[in-house]
Design a protein around this ligand. Structure first.
Ligand code: NDP
Ligand code: 2IT
Length: 444
């Protein structure tokens, strides 16, 4: 980095210890060097300095009472990063690892991802260090109500519209929506990912995983490849992973492995997805429970070992930095020709370098997993219009959006002299839209 190194230095000095945030800003700023050179007006207007600083950061106490009557205290966050092109939009993550740096990295990435969808959504992210795992429904409800009691004063359908992420699915969204409605005495689409009976959109549950496969199919077709007849390895077994697996199979791929934080399963005949859905969605169980139903499969406790399974296509769909340089080298050695990021920032910078050097078709998170938030945008539209579209209609729109994202990102990569670098294309294309809006709106 030359032109933008001082912007990065400020990020590091101003946000000490927030290593994931440093990593995410560095990766974007490195891609933006040619933009800073070509468009000096952005530098003059302080766009780079402003875009790395959240518009607002909210941190709050979340007290709740557990089933044994003990008072528990968690920490809640909402980082409202950028609203130049629309209301803040982005998920809520409930996981014990959550801290300000993680929420900031996610919020920062969300700005560019949302811009790529072409829908009018700014970037934001929130969450808590609360761990829903092992909690009763009552405990989860009381936590969600307490969390929303504070968050409600900062959000709104035209201000900030949260959704799910790790640890936040339709159960949690339901409890939070109920509390928001009670506090505000208003029925608005303030959250997305709602249940179908109260304002949710068809395809939102499937959207991130399906969108990932639509994006990767486009990218692969451009290189004469496809899911058809390919062996696919997918990490995670949550919302994104399950529906990535479903669509990969529908497109003719064979999914042989899935994981959770306790290990991975390998079923060389192809994973039985109905069994996975029952274990994960209905029973809230663990991936090793798959062995009870399919004893011929293999289970390993080493979560990261999943990348040593030979495959054509790898889809990391669990969490940040889950795939490092060594894993990338093993994937390449085993003949993997495409990697699509369903999770946010799952590949370390070293891993991305290995993929690009070896001409692996690499779908970066900001583009490849944008289908979830895009369908959230479609949920917002339906809520505003007070109607709901059918499955086919939403799915067709999602497919079209992912195709357009691919076209935009690859065209931008080409324009900036690096046609196979979709990560660079995504960072530049997402940035340009927000930068133009910020420039037009003055120094605010
Ligand atoms: P879920 O909570 O439904 O599932 C998360 C999965 O990842 C689980 O299998 C979980 O295992 C695993 N996982 C989470 N954290 C870790 C960790 N630290 N180490 C190992 N495994 C871990 O979340 P989602 O499927 O919604 O989210 C997955 C990824 O996709 C995240 O990076 C999220 O930011 C991203 N994403 C989600 C979107 C959405 O619409 N939901 C949209 C775009 C991106 P375990 O159960 O053991 O914790
Ligand atoms: O990372 C993401 O894009 C999400 N978790 C989905 C956000 C949303 O608002 O649907």
């Amino acid at each position: 980095m030359k032109l933008l190194s001082s912007v990065y230095d400020t990020v590091v000095n101003r946000n000490p210890g927030e290593k994931e945030f440093h990593q995410a800003t560095r990766e974007v700023l490195e891609s933006l060097e040619p933009v800073a050179k070509r468009y000096p007006e952005y530098g003059k207007a302080g766009i780079f300095d402003r875009i790395v600083e959240p518009e607002r950061q909210i941190i709050f106490r979340v007290p709740w009472v557990d089933d044994s009557g003990r008072v528990q205290v968690n920490r809640g966050y909402r980082v409202q990063f950028n609203s130049a092109i629309g209301p803040y939009k982005g998920g809520l993550r409930f996981h014990p690892s959550v801290n300000l740096g993680i929420i900031k990295f996610l919020g920062f990435e969300q700005i560019f991802k949302n811009a790529l969808t072409t829908l009018p959504m700014g970037g934001g992210k929130g969450g808590s260090d609360f761990d829903p795992k092992g909690k009763s429904d009552g405990e989860v409800m009381r936590f969600c109500q307490s969390f929303m009691f504070e968050l409600a004063r900062h959000i709104g359908p035209d201000t900030d519209v949260p959704a799910g992420d790790i640890g936040v699915g339709s159960r949690e969204i339901g409890y939070m929506f109920g509390m928001y409605r009670k506090i505000g005495n208003q029925y608005t689409g303030v959250l997305t990912g709602k249940g179908l009976d109260y304002g949710g959109s068809l395809v939102r549950i499937e959207a991130t995983g399906y969108g990932l496969c639509y994006f990767m199919e486009e990218a692969m077709n451009a290189k004469g490849k496809s899911f058809e007849g390919s062996t696919v390895v997918i990490s995670g077994s949550g919302n994104v992973a399950i529906y990535a697996a479903e669509k990969a199979m529908q497109l003719g791929g064979k999914v042989v492995a899935l994981s959770d934080s306790n290990g991975y399963i390998y079923d060389k005949d192809g994973i039985d997805l109905d069994t996975i859905k029952r274990i994960k969605e209905t029973d809230r169980g663990r991936i090793r429970d798959y062995m009870k139903h399919r004893p011929h499969a293999e289970f390993s406790e080493d979560f990261k070992g999943i990348w040593s399974i030979p495959c054509d296509i790898a889809l990391p769909c669990a969490t940040q930095n889950e795939l490092d340089q060594r894993d990338a080298e093993i994937l390449v050695l085993n003949g993997c020709f495409a990697v699509g990021e369903g999770a946010n920032m799952p590949s370390t910078p070293g891993a991305v370098e290995v993929f690009l050097k070896n001409r692996v078709i690499f779908g970066p998170a900001k583009a490849a997993n944008a289908g979830g938030v895009a369908t959230s945008g479609l949920e917002m539209s339906q809520n505003s219009m007070r109607l709901s579209w059918g499955f086919e209609e939403v799915d067709t729109r999602l497919k079209e959006i992912m195709r357009n994202i691919y076209r935009n990102v690859s065209q931008t990569a080409r324009e900036f002299g690096n046609p196979d670098n979709l990560a660079m294309g995504a960072n530049i294309a997402g940035f340009m839209k927000v930068a133009r809006a910020m420039l037009a709106q003055g120094i605010i």
